[in-house]
Design a protein around this ligand. Structure first.
Ligand code: AMP
Ligand code: MG
Length: 395
């Protein structure tokens, strides 16, 4: 058995980003950049007015100026504005080379072609967006590993970038094992239960928008072996549920090893989710989650979610965590680290009732998981704890 910290280190060490491809900007949403994007241009592209107003030479601020022309946004004409002159200008218009300052129209007085500047606080180069002020030509616009969010895509479009190099999304197979598991809609006989883990994991993976296949099989050695082989042949990541403990019908580990999956770790000193297995076959990843639903989902968020992020090229793969005070004193058994389903109330962490490995009702309303390390047996009221925010609250 290994510690949570070691398990996380092994995840990071053993997972490389997926292969890369060039995508057009509009098909790159939620991908991660596979290389730095260098800007070919200065941003702003030229000296620009930030206001609707008048452009002139700052040294003429006290004079009555003569308005000689106007430049609308998109006008490419060149106008020479001399001393004592001003030009009508609009937000986004190119500033004439002979001007250095813009006054907003609300702070002027205009009579015919005569203009008086009434902005006491106006500074040299005021209301001007200077060429290259945001970003210089040749500079790194976005670094490798940046997620292409709507803002990132907008930003790259301002640079005129049409294509980006990104990491491909991995494909995922979910394989649930258990002879007691029946599909939704079945009339259950005593001893059978509704299969829920594939619905849950499907929903948890859905935001990644990856190719996904789901399969549910009985506890049978041969069936399990064949199903694992077929999943490994076709998918980058194989996530199993159930059958990884020590029961007589837990065939998963044996079948993984027979399929030449190499163990990276099996069993973590944690509750829930002690039996978690992580292995590799070449670059393919295999996670075998415990069957208990809450344990399976905790393991998914703490280990499989980061693995997916690493393959996608995210350099910060783990759930974000906050240090928050605990609302009430907590005592646990010695020696095992725990992840506790929790909510944030009044800026404090409240631990929910129902922390068993099969308890999903508490998970359904949890904002996140509170981590209490193995060596900490008592946490006092208001003591700070580490709280991992679930992705649905990260956005
Ligand atoms: P296992 O890890 O296979 O020993 O399963 C542990 C517990 O989780 C048992 O009570 C199983 O019935 C339950 N379980 C396993 N797989 C699933 C699943 N896919 N959906 C719902 N419950 C499951
Ligand atoms: Mg089972």
């Amino acid at each position: 058995m290994i510690s949570i910290e070691t398990a996380k280190e092994l995840i990071v060490k053993n997972i490389q980003p997926n292969s890369t491809s060039i995508k057009s900007l509009n098909f790159s949403l939620n991908h991660y950049l596979a290389s730095d994007v260098i800007s070919d241009v200065d941003i702003p592209l030229f000296n620009q007015s930030a206001m609707d107003g008048y452009a002139f030479k700052f040294s003429d601020k006290q004079l009555t100026l003569k308005v000689i022309d106007e430049i609308a946004a998109g006008d490419t004409k060149r106008v020479d504005v001399k001393n004592g002159e001003a030009i009508r200008i609009f937000t986004g218009s190119k500033l004439p080379e002979s001007c250095d300052t813009v006054v907003m129209q609300e702070l002027t007085e205009r009579n015919g072609n005569e203009l008086i500047v009434k902005d006491e606080g106006l500074k040299f180069q005021g209301n001007v967006r200077l060429k290259g002020n945001q970003l210089k030509k040749g500079a790194v616009a976005l670094k490798k590993g940046t997620k292409l969010t709507p803002a990132a895509i907008g930003f790259l479009a301002t640079l005129g970038i049409e294509k980006v190099s990104v990491y491909e999304k991995p494909s995922v197979a979910i394989l649930a094992t258990g002879s007691e598991l029946m599909p939704l809609g079945s009339s259950l006989k005593e001893g059978q239960i509704f299969e829920s883990n594939t619905h849950m994991l499907n929903a948890a993976i859905n935001p990644f928008d990856v190719k996904l296949e789901i399969n549910v099989i009985k506890d049978d050695l041969n069936t399990t072996k064949i199903a694992i082989k077929s999943a490994l042949d076709k998918f980058d990541i194989v996530i199993l549920s159930g059958g990884i403990s020590v029961g007589d019908y837990d065939f998963v580990k044996e079948c993984l090893l027979e399929n030449e999956v190499k163990e990276v770790f099996h069993k973590i000193k944690q509750k829930p989710g002690k039996p978690l297995f992580f292995g590799k076959k070449g670059n393919k990843l295999v996670f075998a989650l415990p069957g208990n639903p809450a344990a399976a989902l905790s393991c998914f968020y703490m280990y499989v979610f980061p693995a997916l992020q690493l393959m996608l090229g995210n350099l910060n793969p783990f759930l974000p965590s906050l240090q928050l005070p605990l609302a009430e004193k907590f005592i646990k058994k010695e020696g095992r680290a725990v992840f506790l389903k929790s909510v944030i109330q009044n800026n404090k962490v409240e631990l929910l009732k129902g922390q068993d490995s099969d308890a999903l009702q508490s998970f359904a309303i949890a904002h996140g998981l509170t981590y209490i390390p193995s060596e900490k047996d008592v946490v006092e009221q208001n003591e700070l704890v580490e709280f991992y925010l679930l992705p649905q609250y990260v956005g």
